[in-house]
Design a binder for this molecule. Sequence first.
Ligand SMILES: Nc1ncnc2c1ncn2[C@@H]1O[C@H](COP(=O)(O)OP(=O)(O)OP(=O)(O)O)[C@@H](O)[C@H]1O
Ligand SMILES: [Mg+2]
Length: 308
Amino acid sequence: MQNIIRVENLTKKYEELIAVNDISFSVEKGDIFGFLGPNGAGKTTTVRMLTGVFPSDNGEIYLAGYNLKDNPFQAKQKIGVVPELANAYLDLTALENILFMANLYGLLGSKVEKKAEELLNTFNLEDRMNDKVKKFSKGMQQRVIICMALINDPEIIFLDEPTSGLDVESRRLIKNIILELNDKGKTIFLTTHNINEANSLCNKIAIINKGKIAAINTPENLKRTIKSSQSIRVSFDKDIAFKFKDWDVVNKVKKEGDKYRIYTDTPDELIFKLTNLARNHKTKIRSINTLDPSLEDVFIKLTGGDKT
Ligand SMILES: Nc1ncnc2c1ncn2[C@@H]1O[C@H](COP(=O)(O)OP(=O)(O)OP(=O)(O)O)[C@@H](O)[C@H]1O
Ligand SMILES: [Mg+2]
């Protein structure tokens, strides 16, 4: 497998603050790589270094084999960027914004215009391409910004919180486009603090916290790393007000509505005990499920509970 992004010992300081602290990782061609972390973890700082907005204080970055310091021009030709809180030019139309970006890449002519129109079509903006962007909703503006990032047909697409603050429909559209681009062989580097988004889109996730990578793996393997978060959710026909915590197989108990969520290392044993308990209290188990650890459990464990 080819490492289309390779990062070695990357560090960035803002005066005294070490925003990114000696991180190393690689992304394989064709990955949807999630960079997941709470606010202030260092996600945007990392993306800005990877996309050449500012240099790192230390470390090396390779994009499609090119060292970003030694071959910045070649490296940047390979990437498209949707920056955090980006703006399109409000006084230009959607189409003009994309053509403006195309010009920056040295792309000119009718072929590019056709490509821009195709992109706008994909993003359901074909009817609005000649409207000024200032008339667009936030979700529509974000779609224009993504079109701008795609005009040079990049191999690697960086998206920094692309769905943040958007409604369900725009989020869904952007997620689908990410999957489609990936289907066409594009590598996606996606920063997010949305655990569900990372879980549903990414085949590899790095969890970043306080400038360090706390874990890096597939979502499923990440979930497996914290076995102790396995739990049983159970409800009884009548409330038996039993102190589950007194059992030695139980790690933690949470009441969830009319159900109990009981954390354990040994689900089989716990189910056996619950069945006996119901019998002894002359009641029935109304529902029972074994729940695997969620990515949220992993995230909370690794980042010390900061979910925002
Ligand atoms: N221009 C700057 N000057 C000084 N400190 C900064 C600057 N930009 C970011 N920081 C600090 O660096 C750390 C990492 O910030 P960064 O923006 O990379 O985090 P993030 O993971 O993208 O967070 P968010 O989820 O809020 O976007 C934070 O502590 C932040 O306050
Ligand atoms: Mg950020």
